[in-house]
Design a protein around this ligand. Structure first.
Ligand SMILES: [Zn+2]
Length: 226
């Protein structure tokens, strides 16, 4: 049996379903799902040395520097081992380069980068139609599920709302950050000698997307894949 891929990066624009897929892959394959946002918040909350350093940036509304973001991830790997599923990290080419160096040092190279692809028009539609349950985190589409603002969440009964950052203006900014910082990460992984980038159409249903990624994680893709 082929071994599973165990060092995985999941990239994709807003509303591509990265978090959902990462959770499901993590549960199915037992690979820890590491969200750098959550790591960062945890370091800050525990007031560790890294957390205090990060706080100097985040308290001003700035992104932490690439080197610091990777140091936080590297510290996590020292404690938990180099088996991970990163969701939305690396966000910049700088972070990708630092991560490669850290993994080189551990002699544990990245094995798979999955890019969830979604046309901009579909990203806009999903975000602007999205209703979220702030209590349980579930999200629904007003056009597909027929809910409106204030409908009761079918999971927990709390009211569904449109999140503050699901607006035209906030979306435009998130897309710009994605296009400027993260798309170059895609090119970076396309050019590495490892040839580990795979593209998956995120416009299909969640189950179909999951099945496609699972094939990649299980190392069962055909030789013709390019
Ligand atoms: Zn709910």
């Amino acid at each position: 049996m082929d071994p599973l891929k165990q060092r995985i990066v999941l990239l994709g624009p807003p509303a591509s379903g990265k978090g959902t897929q990462a959770d499901r892959l993590s549960k199915t394959f037992g690979i820890p799902h590491v969200s750098t946002g959550a790591l960062l918040r945890s370091e800050c909350a525990r007031e560790t040395v890294l957390g205090r350093e990060a706080n100097e940036w985040t308290s001003k509304g700035l992104l932490v520097p690439d080197e610091l973001a990777v140091r936080i991830v590297a510290t996590w790997m020292q404690e938990h081992g180099a088996v991970f599923l990163f969701d939305g990290f690396p966000r910049t080419v700088g972070q990708a380069e630092h991560l490669d160096r850290a993994l080189d040092h551990l002699k544990a190279p990245l094995e798979l980068v999955v890019l969830l692809e979604l046309p901009e028009q579909e990203i806009r539609r999903r975000i602007l139609e999205r209703l979220s349950c702030l209590a349980c985190g579930a999200t629904f589409s007003s056009s597909i599920h027929g809910y409106v603002q204030g409908s009761a969440c079918p999971n927990c009964g709390a009211p569904l709302v449109r999140r503050n950052d699901d607006t035209e203006a906030a979306l435009a900014q998130r897309l710009e950050v994605y296009n400027q910082l993260t798309l170059p990460v895609v090119s970076y992984y396309e050019k590495t000698a490892l040839r580990i980038l795979r593209r998956v159409d995120a416009g299909q249903g969640s189950d179909a997307i999951f099945a496609k990624i699972a094939v990649l994680v299980e190392n069962k893709e055909g030789p013709a894949n390019s």
